[in-house]
Design a protein around this ligand. Structure first.
Ligand code: ATP
Length: 316
């Protein structure tokens, strides 16, 4: 990859306001050709809004987006030809079969009959659903429908794929197949922008990850680069009842503790050398009479990172 060609998507100071609320608040990033780029953040962070603006489904309040040299506001027609969009909601006709659904959308794209049949056969194979292609979608699992939803977005052979929560609500088998499909498409040169609030998606798929919260981009790097931000911290997760402010204050006095957050009955303590400090933590909890249901120690992951950056947990 080199020079001018390198960035296939450029987002500059994107803003989307709904009345006084900024769903997207001055977001800028670039995506390299051939990259799988993840927008990771909790519900309501602004991920779908960013994707919708880039796909031409929403007008930005201000800012600019350039896709393969085309301006998202001025060249929507050209952009539609080179992008595929997998929406968050499944947009298929449940009374039709998978093949009929694909055929319907292939006609919408204006593919001639021969090409339609060829593309549909290829995409059914890719989805692992050739043998069930002539069953109505009513007999399909959520994951199978999602695989067909992805196939629809690929009918016209786009070069860039936008996927909004591609694995939301799918079973592990379909998740694995969706991962394989994305990696396979990418190995053939497809650039992918996906949104997710699933850590696993970002970890397994993305070359680079942008973390979005409250409409703002708060970090952008490779997984490795992002983890360096957290440093050597561990996370100790404590499920307990009766967590009092006094207990939190006592825990905060442990030198190694960097951050404590409480969400209902889950207390998350971010600290250095978590394993070594565990006995001390348990002593404090016991002395304060906290009713502990479980204690778990975790190596840093994206959830740790999110907590580190925002002080809140990534929630579904
Ligand atoms: P999710 O994972 O739930 O889709 P998200 O990160 O994609 O979350 P968005 O759907 O982009 O988040 O929403 C960002 C913010 O903008 C939210 O606070 C949402 O309530 C708000 N929002 C989105 N669409 C509208 C709208 N049409 N009118 C008003 N507010 C909206």
């Amino acid at each position: 990859m080199n020079g001018v060609e390198q960035n296939i998507i450029r987002v500059e100071h994107l803003v989307k306001r709904y009345n006084n609320i900024a769903a997207v608040n001055d977001v800028s990033f670039e995506i390299k050709k051939g990259e799988i780029f993840g927008l990771l953040g909790p519900n309501g962070a602004g991920k779908s809004t960013i994707i919708s603006i880039l796909c031409g489904l929403l007008e930005p309040t201000s800012g600019r987006g350039i896709i393969d040299g085309f301006d998202i506001q001025k060249n929507a027609f050209e952009i539609k030809k080179i992008i595929g969009v997998v929406p968050q909601e499944i947009s298929l006709y449940s009374t039709l079969t998978a093949r009929e659904n694909l055929d319907f959308y292939a006609k919408v794209y204006g593919l001639p009959r021969r090409l339609r049949e060829q593309r549909i056969a290829e995409l059914l194979k890719m989805s692992g659903l050739t043998l069930r292609a002539d069953e109505s979608l009513q007999s399909y699992s959520g994951g199978m429908k999602r695989r067909i939803n992805i196939a629809v977005a690929l009918l016209h052979k786009p070069r860039i794929l936008f996927m909004d929560e591609p694995t939301a609500g799918v079973d592990p088998q379909s998740r694995k197949r969706i991962y394989d499909t994305i990696l396979e498409l990418n190995s053939k040169g497809m650039t992918v922008l996906l949104t997710t609030h699933q850590l696993e998606d970002a970890e397994k798929l993305c070359h680079r990850i942008a973390i979005v919260d409250n409409g703002k981009l708060i970090a952008l790097d490779t997984l490795e680069g992002l983890m360096k931000l957290v440093g050597e911290s561990d996370i100790v997760r404590i499920e307990a009842r009766d967590i009092t402010q006094n207990t939190i204050t006592s825990l905060e006095k442990i030198n190694n503790v960097q951050k404590i957050s409480v969400d209902g009955e889950t207390m998350t303590v971010q600290l250095l050398k978590g394993r070594e400090m565990l006995a001390r933590i348990i002593d404090i909890l016991t002395d304060s009479g906290t009713k502990v249901d479980s204690i778990q120690i975790k190596e840093p992951d994206l959830e740790t990172l999110f907590l580190h950056l925002t002080g809140t947990k990534l929630r579904r």
